[in-house]
Ligand binder design. Structure first.
Ligand code: CA
Length: 253
């Protein structure tokens, strides 16, 4: 059977395509009040191709973490004004961005666990910068997989030379995009989704047009004619939308 409702890899939306290579292009925010540590982390991360910004106070870090788009946060716990626990908690209320907590005290690890802040990882100072880079990469890759699997793929109907992208509301005839009005698109899609089913003009009118719409079943005839002009090779001998005399129309497969 030629009719199929399929999902195509090449129709994945742009966002997902842009997500490719996220690991090497990611933007990271470090909130750390010890400048030398912050600079060291930044240097190593930049060497690995990341874009890195530093904030040295908790309030400023929190503000940017909430307002701006970053791909990962590295938060020191002991910070001026607002501590890392609070930043983590507030960010997690709004975003799923990976968070790596950094602490000077081993005891903090129990606290991090106990508070259930939603941090993805934690490290105790001193740590090796390459260990930090490895963990950052791992969390970004994991997050990318998570995001990627959540991206909805476009719903496509393909019948012989016609391809209807329901998600993008676009129609292609033999690879060439044709422009459709809203009602033309709705009518074509409805018929194509119910192949070989004969609908009366009344049924189609009630299905596609609101009750309040001005018009009558003649509107259906006019729209079928317009659709045929766009999809049929020869409108006198329609290959897709067939007229069933005295009854209505059907999409032939
Ligand atoms: Ca500190």
């Amino acid at each position: 059977m030629i009719f199929r409702l399929s999902v195509k890899g090449k129709d994945r939306n742009k966002k997902e395509r842009d997500k490719k290579g996220i690991v090497s292009m990611s933007k990271i925010l470090i909130v750390e009040d010890e400048i030398s540590i912050a600079e060291l982390e930044k240097d190593y991360l930049e060497l690995s191709g990341f874009e890195v910004e530093i904030e040295t106070t908790g309030d400023r870090g929190l503000e940017r973490a909430i307002r701006e788009e970053f791909d990962l946060f590295i938060l020191d716990l002991m910070l001026p004004n607002v501590d890392g626990f609070e930043i983590c908690r507030r960010v997690r209320e709004m975003k799923n961005t990976p968070i790596l907590l950094v602490s000077a005290k081993k005891d903090d690890i129990d606290k991090i666990r106990g508070l259930g802040l939603g941090a993805d990882d934690y490290m105790t100072k001193p740590f090796s910068p390459s260990e930090l880079v490895a963990r950052v990469k791992a969390h970004l890759a994991r997050y990318e997989r998570l995001i990627g699997s959540n991206v909805q793929e476009n719903e496509i109907i393909e019948i012989r030379g016609i391809k209807i992208d329901k998600t993008a509301r676009r129609v292609y005839v033999n690879g060439e995009e044709k422009s459709f009005t809203t009602k033309e698109f709705d009518l074509l899609t409805f018929l194509a989704q119910n192949p070989n089913h004969v609908f009366t003009k009344e049924e189609l009118f009630n299905k596609i047009w609101d009750m309040e719409s001005i018009g009558d079943i003649a509107t259906v005839t006019v729209h079928i004619k317009k659709i045929r002009e766009k999809i049929e090779f020869d409108t006198a001998k329609p290959q897709y939308i067939e007229t069933i005399w005295g009854v209505g129309y059907r999409f032939k497969v």
